[in-house]
Design a protein around this ligand. Structure first.
Ligand SMILES: [Zn+2]
Ligand SMILES: [Zn+2]
Length: 234
């Protein structure tokens, strides 16, 4: 793994700004990976062994994902909406898992670790760099049972909704009175009042209509062989 400062810089770049959350997240990821014995998590041979559960959708989560290389699209990043500054690092090979929790004490101790800085965020940023891991974090060894349907790899199961026909992947269907349903059909949704609409330029295709795409004729080039090779695909 790169040095802390190198990781912090690239993490802040990817995230869009340098913030206390980047410092905490980079350190959280470094500690988590060390605890499960994956010190090069982004390397091809280790990336398939790592699953990370993040418990907040805040700055820290971006840093954890950046340093570890876990991704939602690879199914190696799991978002648990707990509102807790914590992440659990799982080594799929050994089964070892550690939950690293960012402490509230670290917040109250920021002034003690960076007394020369008065402003809150710069003070936290400097202090979180100086604190030992033992002040910044609590660690729990945990067991994580990961269902086959939550693992990386090809889709293991698909079921069409008996009401609307929508195909539901990875056993996220709901069974109601013996009927297979997608979540929207059970009303368990974050949206409401869904109605199908048309939209302007609805027959637009990349490269065919230049009103929206100035990169005329780039469609061929874009599908060419210059792209970096993916680690693995599903
Ligand atoms: Zn941020
Ligand atoms: Zn449905």
């Amino acid at each position: 793994m790169d040095a802390f400062e190198v990781l912090l810089e690239s993490s802040a770049d990817a995230h869009g700004h340098l913030c206390p959350g980047q410092v905490v997240g980079v350190r959280m990821a470094m500690l988590g990976c060390r605890l499960i014995g994956l010190n090069e998590p982004r390397r091809h041979d280790q990336i398939k062994k790592l699953i990370v559960y993040v418990e907040m959708d805040r700055c820290t989560a971006d840093a954890v994902a950046h340093v570890t290389g876990v991704k939602l699209g690879r199914r190696s990043l799991k978002f648990m909406d707990y509102g807790i500054m914590a992440a659990t690092f799982v080594n799929l090979e050994s089964g070892k898992a550690f939950r690293v929790v960012s402490t509230e004490e670290a917040r109250s101790l920021a002034a003690a670790y960076a007394p020369a800085i008065a402003e809150k965020h710069p003070q936290q940023l400097a202090a979180y760099k100086r604190m030992p891991d033992s002040v910044l974090f609590r660690v729990q060894q945990v067991k994580v049972k990961i269902d086959d349907c939550d693992l990386p790899g090809p889709t293991r199961f698909k079921a069409p909704c008996t009401r609307c026909g929508q195909v539901v992947r990875d056993q996220r269907e709901v069974i109601e009175k013996g009927q297979v349903l997608c979540r929207p059909c059970t009303q368990e949704t974050y949206f409401s009042d869904a109605r199908e609409v048309t939209w302007p330029d609805m027959n637009w295709v990349p490269g065919k209509n230049n009103n929206q795409s100035k990169s005329d004729g780039n469609a061929e080039k874009m599908s060419g062989g210059d792209k970096p090779r993916p680690y693995f695909c599903q």
